[in-house]
Design a protein around this ligand. Structure first.
Ligand code: XLS
Ligand code: MG
Length: 343
């Protein structure tokens, strides 16, 4: 199947600030972003809880739902859906040492409060998907926390969320490190293990981000394939990454075109999207990008993904079978190169 529906997060268009320097572009307001995303051809928006309700910490539960309803009206105005809501458990002082597996019971409570609010917001926005990027869940100092205890705390938190709303689905977005030193749930395989340990594995799956898999030294297309085989790939964050360093969130396909092709290929071969799943992008513009080009990395990612959909449609499966029968993988590899290079 091809003709995916694509999604994007408002944080994908940002001011260029990084850990080493200030903003290089103007902030763009939420509604302008949403309007532009619709014009670009996106079908859905990905949210952090505070992308939808920026002052979430200052509001009570009913006020938060009220703010979320205003965001839903903006989505409706531009004909967009909400794909998921993710609690941002890494910016607040109370999550400095982690959310669900913080060593402070009080801070763990705050992490759960944010998670329940994310569920409330998701319901108001009309989605049942909660994404957990477990940013600070792990250790900065190996001896500070037992990985056994920490893993069990994660399962406990998931069970509480599942019980809070019997209809939501939780998508864990694994990442092996950054900003944490050692994560406790670093790959899609870990996600499957954690899912199986919860009270309702049928409602806990994964979201695979290309860059995060590469940071774990793995091929994103195989991580995608693994989750698909388990029936648990409910979201993706396509982007690219130049080797094992900080998370780069590069434009999809610009570093490793063959690997990007194989991600689109495995998604298409397995009818990803047929249950309403979106192909999400999670890409960052370069710091040097000017205001005028604030959306260009997104437009390019979308264009590359769609071009790769076309390449997969062209892929000659009969030729591939012949190569497999004759063990001529040299020919198959060259065929893929020529297909991608347009030769
Ligand atoms: C960071 C993550 C983040 C999530 C959403 O590395 O990719 O952007 O996708 O919380
Ligand atoms: Mg991501």
């Amino acid at each position: 199947m091809s003709g995916f529906k694509y999604s994007v997060g408002p944080w994908n268009v940002h001011n260029g600030a990084d850990s080493y320097g200030p903003a290089t572009r103007e902030e763009i307001d939420f509604e302008t972003k949403v309007k532009t995303f619709a014009e670009m051809g996106f079908s859905a928006i990905q949210f952090h809880d505070d992308d939808a309700v920026p002052n979430i910490n200052d509001l009570n539960e009913e006020e938060i739902k009220g703010e979320a309803r205003k965001v839903k009206a903006v989505l409706d105005k531009y004909g967009l859906k909400a794909e998921f809501v993710a609690p941002r458990l890494w910016m607040d002082p109370r999550t400095a040492e982690g959310g669900y597996m913080s060593t402070s019971a009080k801070d763990r409570e705050y992490a759960l409060w944010r998670s329940y609010r994310s569920i409330d917001i998701a319901r108001e926005l009309g989605t049942d998907k909660i994404v957990l990027w477990l940013a600070r869940e792990g250790t900065l100092c190996a001896e500070s926390k037992s990985p056994v205890w920490a893993t069990k705390k994660l399962v406990e938190a998931l069970d509480l969320m599942l019980a809070y709303d019997g209809g939501i689905k939780i998508l864990i977005e694994p990442k092996p490190n950054e900003p944490i030193d050692r994560s406790v749930c670093g790959t899609i395989g870990h996600v499957m293990g954690v899912s199986a340990a919860t009270a309702d594995p049928s409602r806990v799956g994964g979201l695979l981000e290309s860059a995060h898999a590469i940071l774990a030294g793995l091929d994103p297309s195989h991580e995608i394939g693994f989750a698909l085989a388990m029936g648990k790939l409910w979201g993706v964050h396509l982007n690219d990454q130049n080797g094992m360093k900080f998370d780069q969130d590069k434009t999809f396909g610009v570093e490793n075109l063959r690997q990007a092709f194989n991600q689109v290929k495995v998604l298409m071969e397995n009818n990803y999207g047929s249950n309403g799943e979106y192909v999400g992008l999670d890409v960052k513009a370069m710091r040097t990008t000017t205001d005028r080009d604030s959306y260009k990395h997104l437009a390019n990612s979308l264009k590359i993904a769609r071009m790769l959909e076309k390449k997969v449609e062209k892929f000659d499966y009969a030729f591939q079978r012949r190569c497999v029968e004759t063990r001529d993988f040299e020919a198959l590899e060259m065929y893929v190169m020529e297909l991608l290079m347009g030769a």
